[in-house]
Ligand binder design. Structure first.
Ligand SMILES: Nc1nc2c(ncn2[C@@H]2O[C@H](COP(=O)(O)OP(=O)(O)O)[C@@H](O)[C@H]2O)c(=O)[nH]1
Ligand SMILES: [Mg+2]
Length: 356
């Protein structure tokens, strides 16, 4: 399973710098067969400190973290939806990703031009979001023409599609993102195929300088999903060891004790509605990605395509309980290692062994 995050924003806001910082720590992509080899696509491991602890417990020969893809989508500009600045190509790139990381410029630097010649995160954000909304209006209108015809002939599915499209249309024309539209379960399923840009989860990054005085409450207060990240600084730190980087980080005005990049990756993982279960043994300790609320058979399919169909049962224990037990044998004795069936909803941090 592959999950991709597209980095978007105006030119010169720090997209490529962020991309470079994220992809600095090379990972062995042979473990991730879904990967596309493309200079704008980077595979980034999801930080997870449970892996090392479990690997020590199992004396595993190797650790395989789980990963998500980041795509550096070149600068969008005003009127991209009309094809301005290769706009259509970039919009198509955004259509292919599962979520958007939207960078706005919060740093002053006289040497680096801002497209609008002023630092204004709110303006940056609105310029890009307007392009995405306009592109979505076009998509919805095209789709409506076709769907209205089919709905008139009484086609049930078309009638549902039409009502969803109309909901989107009215929100978008009100300058609201498609992801603000409330849909019931059937409508949600129907909406999957529309591929609207603004229906994807969005995380905003305010790119600031590490020593800049910023009033966090005043910058984009209406936006919940945002982080302040000194992108260039993080890129420089990514060359250092964890401990060294922490020392530098402490001296900044941002008072962060975890890597801003790690914070970003974990936040994306969460917004993508993903969670991790683990497998561990002598060969390897490994993290696997599944959608939250996956059943045990669905989770199994992350490991192998036919695990879902052939699923019989699973042995499950929370990773911390396994470590606390000291050994598999003790975990069985204490009853913390359970047998679960088809209906079991896998929890983040479960160590799972599938019986097929
Ligand atoms: N001072 C400062 N410069 C930055 C920061 N982030 C990026 N830059 C610089 O801004 C310029 C444009 O960055 P780049 O990542 O190529 O922007 P993109 O067009 O959005 O991909 C480069 O010279 C970067 O070194 C930052 O946080 N602070
Ligand atoms: Mg760039």
């Amino acid at each position: 399973m592959s999950f991709s995050v597209g980095i978007v924003g105006l030119p010169n806001v720090g997209k490529s710098t962020l991309f470079k910082a994220l992809t600095k720590k090379e990972i062995d992509i042979s473990n991730y067969p879904f990967c596309t080899i493309d200079p704008n696509v980077g595979i980034v491991k999801v930080p997870d400190e449970r892996l090392e602890k479990l690997a020590k417990f199992s004396e595993s020969a190797k650790i395989i973290p789980t990963a998500i893809e980041f795509v550096d989508i070149a600068g969008l500009v005003k009127d991209a939806h009309k094809g301005e600045g290769l706009g259509n190509k970039f919009l198509a790139n955004i259509r292919e990703v599962e979520m958007i990381v939207h960078i706005v410029r919060g740093f002053e630097d006289g040497k680096i031009t801002h497209v609008n010649n002023k630092i204004n995160p709110k303006d940056d954000l609105e310029t890009i979001n307007t392009e995405l909304i306009l592109a979505d209006i076009e998509t919805v209108n095209k789709r409506l023409v076709k769907t209205e015809k089919e709905a008139r002939s009484g086609d049930k599915e078309a009638i549902l599609f039409k009502s969803v499209l109309e909901k989107y249309k009215s929100a978008l024309e009100d300058e609201q993102m498609a992801n603000t539209v409330e849909l019931d379960k059937n409508e949600k399923i129907a909406s999957k195929g529309f591929q609207l840009l603004t229906s994807k989860p969005i995380l905003y990054i305010v790119n600031v300088n590490e020593n800049q005085e910023i009033d966090k409450d005043k910058i984009l207060p209406e936006i919940e999903n945002k982080i302040f990240l000194p992108v260039k600084f993080e890129m420089d730190l990514s060359e250092l060891s964890k401990e060294e980087a922490l020392e530098f980080r402490k001296e900044t005005s941002l008072d962060k004790n975890i890597s801003g990049l790690d914070e970003l990756i974990i936040k994306c993982y969460d917004l993508l509605n993903l969670m991790t279960f683990l497998t561990t043994g002598k060969d390897e300790t490994r993290a696997w990605t599944v959608k939250k609320n996956s059943t045990a058979p669905q989770a199994g399919s992350a490991i192998h395509g036919d695990f879902e169909e052939k699923f019989i049962k699973a042995s499950v224990i929370n990773w911390q309980e396994l470590l606390n037990s000291g050994s598999w044998h003790n975990a069985i004795e204490k009853g913390t290692l359970r047998t679960e069936g088809k209906e079991y909803i896998v929890q983040d941090g479960d160590v799972v062994e599938f019986k097929i």
